[in-house]
Every structure is written in C-alpha cells, then in structure tokens.
Design a protein around this ligand. Sequence first.
Ligand code: NAD
Ligand code: DAU
Length: 350
Amino acid sequence: MKTILITGGAGFIGSHVVRRFVKNYSECHIVNLDLLTYAGNLENLKDIDKLPNYTFVKGDIADTEFVGKLFDTYHFEGVVHLAAESHVDRSITDPASFIRTNIFGTFNLIHAAKEQWKGAMEGKRFYHISTDEVYGSLGETGLFTEITSYDPKSPYSASKASSDHLVRAYYNTFHLPVLISNCSNNYGPNQFPEKLIPLCIHNLQHLKPIPVYGKGENIRDWLYVEDHASAIDLIYHKGVIGETYNIGGNNEWTNIALIRALCDEVDRQLGRAQGSSQQLITFVKDRAGHDLRYAIDSTKIQNELGWKPSLQFEEGLAKTVEWYLQNSDWLENVSSGAYEKYYDQQYIQR
Ligand code: NAD
Ligand code: DAU
C-alpha cells in the first residue's frame, strides 16, 4: 500500500484534502500530520477518522528529528504539504511563528524527503501548497500568471514565497520531484473565524459589528474550498514535475460588496428583514501593508489538466452560510477563550 503524507490536514483546506484522498484513494494509506495549533481541529475529520486507510499523527513540521523519524517510519511515496501559519494579521503581530513553521518547517520536510528518496526519486512527488499572495498586489487591471515575479508584502506572504523558493531550489539542485500551486482566497465550511467570511457570519449571527478594513475597496478572488481540493487532487496525480499551477475562481469581489452580499444571505437564511444586517457594517483601521487586489489567471491548470471550479459564487456563499448557521456548535467551540483574547486585541486598537 502506498503511503501519502498530508501535512496540516486538521486545518481548513487540509481537512477537505484529507477527506478527498482518504475516500477517493482507498488503496492508499493517508497519514495526516498536524500540530493542532489554534487553527487545527480534529472535529473537522470526525466523519472519516475511523476509516482503515487513515492515520493521524500529532507533530511539529519544524521539529527536525521528529520529521526525520516520521519519514523513516512510513516511507512516504508522496507528500502534500499544507501545514502553515496562514493568517496575515497574525503575521503582523507575531512574524516569528511564520518564519519557523512556513520556512523552517518546509525545509525540514523537503530535506527529509530528499534524504529518504535519494537514488529512488521515480514515482515520488513532493507537492507544496502555496498562495497567490507571493505575487504581491495588483493594480486595477492584470492577473497573476505562473511567471509573475514574486513581490510579497506581508510577513506571511514573504514566508510562503521563501518556502516556494526553497522547494524550487530542491528541484533544481537535487532533482527532488516537486509540484507547487498558488491559489487565491478559499471559502467554505471549517474555516477558522479569524478569516473574513466566517468572522462575518459569526458576528452577524450574534448581531456584533462587522469590521471592514479601510474603505472595503480591496479585491480578492474567491474559490470554494472543495474546488481547491479537487485542483490539488488533480495536480498531485497528473501535474508535471517541476511545474507551478495557479488556481483561482475568476471571481473578484471588493470586500464591501462581498460583505453586503453576505449580510443579505444571512438575513435571508435567518428570516431577518432584508438590509437589517448591513447596519452592522463598521469601517475600522486598515491592515498594515494591505494588498489592494489579487486575481488569478488559471488558464494553465484549466487547459493542461482540465480543471475548472464547480460552483458559482452565489451558490457557494449560500452553502457556506448554511453550513455555519447549522454548525454553530463548531463555531462556538473554535471561538475559545484564546480566540476571544486574540479578537479583542486585534480589533480594540481601531
Ligand atoms: P489553516 O490555518 O486553517 O490550517 C493550517 C494547519 O496547519 C492547522 O491544522 C495547523 O494546526 C497546522 N499547523 C500549523 N503549524 C504547524 C506545524 N508547525 N506543524 C504541523 N502542523 C502545523 O490554513 P488553511 O487556510 O487551511 O491553509 C492551508 C495551506 O494553504 C497553507 O499552506 C496556506 O498558506 C495555503 N493557502 C491558503 C489559502 C486560503 O485562502 N486559506 C489560499 C491559498 C493557499
Ligand atoms: O489569497 C490567498 C490568501 O487568502 C491565503 O494565502 C491566506 O492564508 C488567507 O488567509 C487569505 O488571506 P487574506 O488576507 O486575503 O484573507 P482574510 O480573510 O484575512 O481577509 C480577506 C480580505 O478582507 C482582506 O482584504 C482583509 C479584509 N478583512 C479581513 C478581516 C479578517 C477585513 O476587512 N476585515 C476583517 O476583519
């Protein structure tokens, strides 16, 4: 039985990827390595955690000895690497953890893979999941392509850019069979409520203010998380070694337009008077170094691998609101004391 390592599988995107791989590839043993930081939650995987081809291992990708032993134990055929510190605002207040996990952690994994696969790289794959934020910020026009120069602006995006460079360096120098993808903003079930969409739904539910950074004019390209998971599946199995693939929803929204649409959807689903939630919109101090616009050109993955997003945004947003409203226990559980403290610190200064 082939064993595939998925890192960060208890987090938002990772849990959708683990579920997909465990269910679709029952002939493969899937090992989910996750440190269970504030962002990792095994509840996300309780529907599959008893399946025979699934194993969870708690551990830190930045622990060199631990990572080396894990590779010696399981002899992985492949790695899908998602574990990371992922929230831009936290990277502004605590950059060190981003450097440790995103750069040093990625280094540990590629180095362990190189040592383990030395002389036997055939059939192996190290797939690194990255972000469109490495390309920096767009003006009003243009799209990020796979050859756009890197120009990261936040400690988070700089740490991801650095890890992408390391992965490419291992391909060029040691012929490690690598794949990289850079994706736009994901949304959907199981996203930690520090991120815009679940934060807004949570606050709307509790009639709390919706904090809009600056004027709300920043633009993001939103993709439903299961469509990212389907792209990851395709790239892992069919992608060309050494290549990079951009993944995006071709779905640009200003934050304020997105928040207004969310307010209306929550009003609709909760039977509130249309427009009532919009009164909770509150403009707050902008994020430092806030990137204006991200937008992805995903022509390469569409043409070469035949991927396309399955959901229209309106449908995805309705499904997402429904999931959070029906899983308010999940939201309350992850909004623990530590999260409340983070929230108060993050939003008090405005
Ligand atoms: P997340 O924060 O929800 O989950 C990250 C997971 O990594 C958590 O389960 C956490 O416990 C785990 N983790 C953190 N540090 C670890 C460590 N030192 N060792 C082991 N596990 C550790 O993140 P996400 O939004 O699911 O993002 C997953 C990946 O996808 C990241 O690499 C991120 O950069 C990338 N990405 C995210 C988006 C997005 O919109 N969320 C878009 C593009 C790319
Ligand atoms: O583009 C991909 C990236 O998308 C991923 O690499 C990151 O891991 C992921 O967190 C996400 O980064 P963003 O910074 O774009 O996502 P976030 O949900 O934090 O913010 C989305 C937009 O909303 C951004 O312009 C900032 C704004 N915002 C965010 C929060 C949390 C607000 O206006 N108010 C808020 O309270």
